[in-house]
Design a protein around this ligand. Sequence first.
Ligand code: FES
Length: 504
Amino acid sequence: MRSSAVPALPLAQRVRGLEMPWNRVLSSASEPAGAATALGPWHPQEFAAECVETIPEAGGMMVFVFRRMDGAPLAFRSGQYINIDFPIDGPNAEPVSRSYSISSAPTEPWTFSITIKRDPKGKVSPWAHDHLRPGTVLDMLGPVGAFHLADYDRRARFLLLAAGAGITPLMSMIRTVHSLPGQADVVLLYHGAAPDSFAFSEELDFLANVDFRIKVIYCLGDRECGDEWEGRTGRLSTSLLDELVPDANGRQVFACGPEGYLNSATELLRTVGVDDTSVFMEFFSGDREIRAEYAEEVAIAGEIAEEIAATTEEYFESQPAALDMYEPEYDADGPVEAVGAPTEAVDAEAVVPVDAEVEIEVVGVTDENLAEAGPDSASDAGSTVPAGDGAAASAGESGDDDEIAVVDPAALPTVGQGEHTMSFVRTGLNVCVGEDETVLQAARKAGVKIPANCQEGMCGSCKVVKLDGDVEMNHLGGIRAREIDAGKFLPCCSTVKTDLVIDA
Ligand code: FES
């Protein structure tokens, strides 16, 4: 019999966009449940994992399924990668370290998989294909990487561009979307070299058949294909994009593939009107500069992992012996426990009311700034603010509730105390901030809704666009240089240097 004691959730709190299952726990002020605590936060950790299965895939790829030796689930976001030590020259020699994207979904975290394409000239991939078998234990560090889906996205409309082995992190994203409720719209445009080179095609066909939110388009470049081929042909081009994804400029684009493919994708996406800030790219075979970027991220991840391990050890040394039965990192009461924002982060539709007396006027924010911010400037950060199409005070493409109210900062009501003023132009509020407070802290105190999880500059979930002013940001990899160049910043780890105008 149905109990009348459980009240229905208000509309604004139901899942409407795409929301990751851990989001509410991490953003909850109350004690997180033990199991969910084990799944977060996303601090990189050093751990050992055992290979439990190998599955051959098309395109010369092999899927390696792992589980952690400590029995814990692996907490990561779909699109991230792990760094693995391969004992190629024997157990006593220095291992060779490589990073591989995780191809499984974080919603099935008890095992995880990486997919490696055999490169006959490579050092690691042939070894993995020939020697990595169930029972092999490898040292790993992760998760790492800012190329991932947001924890909450109310306009979860994606264009996934994959070329060859670039499908790996995108496969994780597709599997994740499929495993979750919520409104989403995913188009995968997958380029391969030959009809039989498309890894995961059986699963992709299945997902496209059973999940109306997912559309998969296979495309052979400009190579010869037999009469049997039913997919598309031709390199990535503006005409192909216009024909297959005419609404590309309303989507967040995640692209992964060889460098040449991604460079050309960057240009083409600009040509069809996709703003740079809505484009996220992962290079799976990079030049020296990209490899150096990876190495830097992995080095930072290693430092964080070491710090966490040290803190955890100290904590457990001070605990009664009975707690020894737990693995330090994963105990619900341990120092790595998720402490997060209030549950307001999931209240995605709520908007702090603008004083009815305030006259709304579009000044102080240029079209150029907003165009730079782009149509999904908020949604890629999982922001709660409605996204527009770049023109001040114009309606976004998703219609009714996407209207932007960009106002004259000087005309807004002001709250709080401090020497600098932050103008949240969409919320319609000026918030004074002191020099010791982060932008996020001051915003939250004033009731401005900015979703945030890690609160230390790592996850990128709080990313917003700064339209004017300067901040001092001390992040831990949650934002890319090009995003900073485009005016984005992470409020959780930023203090203000001047008055600010913020697109939130
Ligand atoms: S909350 Fe994670 S980067 Fe700001």
